[in-house]
Design a protein around this ligand. Sequence first.
Ligand code: ZN
Length: 357
Amino acid sequence: MEKKINNIIISDSLKNLSIYLNNNKFSNLIILLDINIENKCLDLLYKDVPILKLKKTIIIKILSGERYKSLKTCIKIWKIFIKKNIDKKSLLINFGGGVVTDLGGFIASLFKRGINFINVPTTLLGMVDASIGGKNGINFYKYKNEIGVINNPIYTIINYRFLDSLPKKEIYSAFGEILKYGLIYNKKYFNYIKKIKIYGIVNWVKIIYIAVKIKNKIVDKDPKEILGIRKILNFGHTIGHAIESLFLLKKKIITHGEAISLGMICESWISKKVNNLSNKDYKTICKVILSFFKIRKIKKKYFKYILKIIKNDKKNYNNKIYLVLLKNIGSASYNHEVHEKLIIKSIKKMNDLYKKK
Ligand SMILES: [Zn+2]
């Protein structure tokens, strides 16, 4: 089965990439690759796109992990581009997870004022989020995605068969983002997702297709994030990112999906307090999220740090905190000014869910 939305293709192979490369001439083909990428993924790439093996493809391997999504990595790669005479007619293929597509898109968008690039995400998070929507960027001075550019790849080619070799932990992480799409935009999708058993038979095309469709619909209404509607994609991310940063600082491991799911629990509680989200919906949200993730308690001594990070968030200004809040499951609104006391209270409420277990 193959599904297509705009320039995003979802199927069980990379044949479309092969067809595109055979029909279009590029002076250079460059693959930006995560060094940890499974050999199985590379085998699938070469099997479906033999031209990449035949031609003099330039392969650039990078270390994966958020800390390498940096200006230092960009400089290294731009130097390689210059050495290899990469010109405007070259094509960069970003092959990997969110770090690779975020970084690669940024590198391609700035080099010689922009060369073409294609995203081939190999993780579920990349397929449903990072590789679509046109956001590219790097982390800078302790802040996530602080420097970046909105620019779309020629194509995003999704082959869900890459998921076979993905650790279950990473599959779970993506479900944070997938649940978010249901919560902010589509109740039916949320109800479908909540019944998914990751270890069972999963209809990946359906899950990815609807997630991509929702994200695309929202992004299309506000591609440059000027009108505001695109902000609803940040649901759970204001508090979630702060939790993620805290764990990063403490050198403790938390996946992005886990962190934003905890953020969604906190922000749902605030939605109940100030946006009329019903208690029934709030309870359902907590129950569903807790069927995918465990509560990670946040100690009181870190509350100040969490607030500091939130105030520095790109989504806020004038030292005020603005949140995306739910009205009910399937619909969200944005630009809600929320007092910091309410943020702290929501984290305490989230902590309480841990005690009850
Ligand atoms: Zn996210």
